[in-house]
Design a binder for this molecule. Structure first.
Ligand code: ZLV
Ligand code: CA
Ligand code: ZN
Length: 386
């Protein structure tokens, strides 16, 4: 042990099933479940497991998955195999939007029910007061829809976990710092005021997936709908930097919590918002990404911490291991412990805080632009005062 102790006065639980880390989306596919192995190895090498309750959750049952998803879609996921030919010439896709982004691979259903089971287990630890913070790095798959797969996501574990929280909580705030828009979660709770969704993302309707999440997409336009003004979006351009990102995050999240008064928070920590990500386009460092987690933790509300995107595995693993340390309030040495498995995988960067590659994207976010985004959010929040 590296002197890492259980946090005083609160409990952190860590939900991870190693069975899903072996799954493969295919050679050229950017989603690598193996990044979870790397994350867990760093967490353990620091001795962080000593400070948390560790659970190996069971897979979610098909009944549990059907609490959000349509029965025929779940039945499809359960029976489909890589050799099935489900090409639909009418829609030019495979059934239920599976195909290139969402391939059908061996063990797909097992993979889906495992990450969903972990998020449900984590949510239940919060609702039965066994945990104050519950972490599932394998979850956070925010694009999945009721009736179809989308953007590497098949089951929306976030929606399932929030439905669990809503059994005990009147209001849940969902915050999403993945570089992509959290469209599946937004859509699921579009018409209700019991969930506020807030996504920070790169926005370009024509060129960046999924193309939704404009500043003025804030819920049903009919003001009589309870969901009006309860979907908030922070659309960003390429290259946003640490100081800007942290200030923006705090300037937006703080008034959301003050106005909405959630009784629980779900934080999707997609690591594709880091600089140097294979799919992302921001210039955010691991410390700044973590600062968002630390800021949300300070509200002292039951907190569900989830993963999401993240396509440069060595950086994903460092970010999520660091964010685990922030959750338990432990100071960790900036150098990875010498006995960390796969240490050779990190090349010359044996530190938790590598210099990320910011050469690809110039910062297109002006101060004036970011101020206008904050003003737009504040305008929406003014509608909330009953
Ligand atoms: O990080 O994909 O752009 C949560 C998350 O938010 C698209 N997909 C759609 C629209 C047409 N397709 C492209 C089809 C490509 C299929 C394979 C890739 C393969 C290699 C390298 C990059 C991609 C790729 N796909 C990059 N962006 C996409 C997006 C989906 C992004 C999902 C983000 C998921 C886990
Ligand atoms: Ca996002
Ligand atoms: Zn993403």
């Amino acid at each position: 042990n590296n002197g890492i102790k259980k946090p005083k006065g609160y409990t952190v639980s860590y939900h991870a099933n190693p069975e899903m880390e072996q799954m493969h989306f295919g050679q050229k596919h950017p989603m690598k479940p193996w990044r979870l192995t790397l994350t867990n190895k760093i967490v353990m090498a620091y001795g962080m497991h000593e400070a948390m309750d560790i659970y190996i959750p069971r897979a979610a049952s098909s009944q549990e998955l059907k609490d959000f998803h349509r029965g025929d879609y779940i039945d499809f996921l359960q029976r489909v195999t890589p050799s099935d030919n489900t090409w639909d010439p009418d829609s030019q896709t495979y059934a239920y939007n599976t195909g290139d982004d969402c391939p059908i691979f061996d063990g797909l259903y097992n993979y889906c029910s495992l990450y969903a089971g972990a998020s449900l287990d984590a949510a239940r630890k919060l609702t039965n007061h066994q945990s104050n913070i519950a972490i599932n790095w394998s979850g956070g798959l925010h694009h999945a829809k009721k009736n179809e797969a989308s953007g590497f996501c098949y089951i929306n574990d976030i929606v399932l976990a929030i439905l669990q929280l809503l059994l005990h909580h009147p209001r849940v705030l969902y915050i999403d710092i993945d570089v992509h828009h959290g469209d599946g979660v937004e859509q699921a709770f579009w018409s209700t005021d019991r969930v506020m969704t807030l996504s920070f993302h790169k926005y370009n309707r024509a060129e960046f997936f999924p193309g939704t999440g404009a500043l003025d997409d804030t819920g049903p336009l009919n003001n009589a709908s309870p969901g009006a003004h309860h979907s908030l979006n922070v659309p960003l351009h390429d290259g946003i930097e640490d100081a800007q990102y942290i200030k923006l995050f705090e300037d937006v999240v703080k008034p959301c919590v003050r106005q909405y008064k959630p009784t629980a928070i779900v934080l999707q920590c997609g690591a594709d918002s880091l600089g140097g990500d294979r799919l992302g386009c921001f210039n955010v460092n691991i410390k700044a990404h973590g600062a968002c987690v630390a800021f949300v933790k300070k509200f002292n509300l039951p907190l569900l911490v989830l993963g999401g995107g993240g396509y440069t595995p060595r950086n994903v693993a460092k970010a999520w291991a660091y964010e685990t340390s922030l959750c338990i309030g432990a100071e960790v040495h900036p150098n990875l412990p010498a006995h960390t498995p796969f240490l050779e995988h990190f090349g010359n960067e044996k530190t938790l805080f590598p210099k990320l590659d910011f050469t690809r994207y110039e910062n297109k976010n002006s101060r004036v632009y970011l101020e206008s985004v904050v003003m737009g959010i504040m305008e929406q929040l003014r509608y909330l005062q009953g």
